[in-house]
Design a protein. Structure first.
Length: 124
């Protein structure tokens, strides 16, 4: 019974210093792909968000390997795929910049929470 249900592992990064909009452009590209395809895409992407997301994806794969090792099971890393990948909005850093006539204009520096779940493909 334990073999029939898909094993999965997750990893999160909280308060990444990049806007969620920019992160979502990259994460939408890897959702549903195999881990190897996703890592290849992230490695050659020019976007800064790709580096942040690659770290989280590698962490999720390492978590899956560790869970399989401690649970006295085995997991094939080549069979893993990105089951769930979302970027949520984190807390905003509120700063001010000088404006004309002695005023100050607010600036919101946005942060992101990245969550990735990898799972083993069923029935191959």
């Amino acid at each position: 019974m334990a073999d029939t249900q898909a094993r999965e592992a997750r990893a999160t990064q909280r308060s990444a210093r990049q806007s969620p909009y920019k992160m979502r452009l990259v994460i939408d590209e890897i959702r549903g792909k195999s881990v190897n395809e996703a890592l290849a895409y992230l490695q050659f992407s020019k976007k800064h968000a790709a580096k942040q997301i690659e770290k989280v994806l590698r962490s999720a794969v390492a978590n899956a390997e560790n869970a399989a090792r401690t649970g006295s099971g085995s997991i094939d890393v080549d069979e893993l795929y990105v089951k769930h990948a979302v970027v949520n909005e984190g807390p905003k850093l509120k700063r001010f910049t000088p404006a004309a006539m002695g005023r100050a204009t607010p600036i919101q520096k946005r942060t992101s929470h990245v969550e990735i779940v990898v799972a083993e493909r069923e029935g191959r």
